[in-house]
Design a protein around this ligand. Sequence first.
Ligand SMILES: [Zn+2]
Length: 309
Amino acid sequence: MSSLPAHAVTPVLAEVAPDVFAYIQPDGGWCVNNAGLIRSGGHAALVDTTATERRSRALAATVAELLHGAAPEWLVNTHFHGDHSFGNAVFDRSLIVAHTETRAEAERAGLGMTTLWRDVDWGAIELRLPDLTVDAGAVLHLGGTALELIHPGPAHTTGDLLAWLPEQRVLFAGDIVMAGVAPYCLMGSVAGTLAALDAAAALDPLIVVPGHGPVSGPEVIAENRRYLRWVQRLAAEGAAAGASALEIAAAAEPGEFAGLGEAERLVSNLHRALLELDPARPLGAPIDVLGSFGDMIALHGGRVPASAA
Ligand SMILES: [Zn+2]
């Protein structure tokens, strides 16, 4: 592991397998995500960008150093959220690949995420949509390395891709897996994320690079599963008692999850889990995102800070 040049925050670059790099941004909170770079035989793919112009330029400088000034041919967006994709325009020599739903959601959402955190210095960001869309998945052949892109169904959003290196057994999980911070399934599905975690575990990874938080082993998949099953239990019991998502969240005893950051996400996850108690409703159906943010602010006891500035 080596520390990168100082910025307001200091990302950490970890070579998790030969020529496979995780770009980790502490502390992994709201809008502070991870990226990855795979290089092989003169070819390269970047997995995700970052939220702000400054952070994305720092990522670009690291990528340029690793590639001796060349640009990665491919940029994979694991999903549409701005922390993973607002830096797309900085990588203007790369072909962006994403799930069909991710492109559609990115177009609908635009730069709307910036209005949720108005005090963040976003810089000169502009929307750059994916060039190539895939549905079930695809394989990028980078020299001698295969990078499998797998859509596991609705999970963190409706258009997630897992980025999997079968030979190195490294999984870039996007926000389907969170380490040290609470999972967040509002815009996708709790049940779907559990299925996606099963699919991730079945790949049998040695290394899991989560969308937020430190590089992990496969145990992080089981931790995320336990949290989401707890959410489902709370939703079922709370609904039987006629409680609202906010009431259930406020009364919940976090137990082993007490140490997770972004604990306020519980109420958003409950909104989604409550919807999913109705089996007739398709997984990933539209939901009131702004209303859930209001509940997260109420549960947090004030506005939810982002450390992306
Ligand atoms: Zn996300």
